[in-house]
Write a protein that binds this ligand. Sequence first.
Ligand code: CA
Length: 540
Amino acid sequence: MQRLSALLGAALALGGASVAHAQQLPPEWTHGATCYEIMVRSFQDSDGDGIGDFKGLISRLDYVNDGNPHSTRSLGARCIWLTPFTASPSYHGYDATDYYTVAKAYGSNADFKRFVAEAHKRGIKVIFDLVLNHVSSEHPWFQSALRDTASPYRDWFIWSKTPTPVKNWQGTVWAKSPVRDEYYYGIFWSGMPDLNYRNPAVVAEAEKIGKYWLTEMGVDGFRFDAIPYLVETDGVVAHTPATHQLLHDYQAYLRTVKPDVYTVGEVTYPNDTLLTYYPEQLESYFAFEVADSLIAAVKNGKASGMLAPVLRLQADVPSNRFAPLLSNHDQPRVRTKLGGDMQKTRLATFLLMTMPGVPFIYYGDDIGMIGDKPDPRIRTPMQWTSAKGAGFTTGTPWEALAPDSATVTVAAEDRDPHSVLTMVRRMVHLRASNHALSDGELIPLTASNDAVSAFVRRDGDRAVLVIANLSTTPLRDVTLSSTTAAIAPGSWTLRDLLGASHATSLHVDASGKLSGYVPLAELAPLEGYLFELTPARPER
Ligand code: CA
């Protein structure tokens, strides 16, 4: 694939003719931004029914970002991705029965608008989780199509007399109609019939939904669910040319409604496949391969190969066009992936926050909650305090709290300098203020010990040095080297941005390479270090 950055550069050089390419860049606020994923149902209950709601979420907004860039008691996240909250028969909402109305348990559309206003007041953008692929089988559109072959919604879905075979998919995609002798298409399960995007009326409805949330409800962008499966053609269920075209066209449409819309898509495939969704479709996508490599490195204490996925993305895509993460609402929680180890969780979080891209953190992972499948157990209520309902509710939580709810809480970690929460808060704020850390090129270094990951993030003459000891033992006299120019030649003072050690110095010769450099005599077990390089002033 052609290098996208080079392509964009060429396009920009053409001036007016480049508009189509230039418009693919995400909005300016994404530079240095961290996003926070929230399930409304599990964040804060305001009325004691055990179900989180928008009034509760508003009351917790200062935790996410209190609007003060210097605050140390606020995450400082610049955007919130809300998982689906419109009417649905399920607790998770990924099967809508109404795309336009907030589910009653969470409040009203007016409550949502109040939430958006309160978020915007604090500098938080709001990202709506848009499920275009399918609806609930209880959606009135589907019920009409199912029961009446003359229904105007009949061609909004995909029907077949026989369950015809499909390619590149394990599992059943055809569900038997309960009404007549036929089948309907639903890639995930019979309760989620796929919409038929070969029908222009469905595309028009999808545009109407997008426009409604951008203009009437004031959201700033969308997270797109399950996009590889949007348009199935000739029995191929995923990544079809028609799907790529639809994404391109839908993005272009959203731009006409809101020029600075932000979009991020879910493509749960490795980079080879992910890269086929650039350059001109959605603005950005989650980098699942980066998540896997970071988790594996910390879990196994081995740095080799950890950076390969992010280097691959960096080579082809501008940094704010991909979104690294460690976990989300579909996966075991970060600490569970790491065997329950809180120190490893803290280190993995540190590494996530040193990656290029726009990092996303799943609520609860900011304090190292545990949670494993089945799904409701990775979506348990946020643990604010050690009170009976975890400070989440005065009633009975909709789903039982995680077993560590009495000890792993925001209250317990709030002022603990070594907590996951403190690490998250510091790194979010550092990314917001340090351009090398948020947008700089990642240049890998070679460490003399494979348990150490080290790299530079460089933006012109500004740079930060990242070092992580992935092992559970202290390591002495680890040396760092580079095969290519890593740092601008000159004398540098290294300032520890996390305050764990004293400043050290570094002299780089004209080659810009590092050779046998010992940044610290000892690297503590499962510890991350972040140094800012500033030019050393010659003594007079
Ligand atoms: Ca409630």
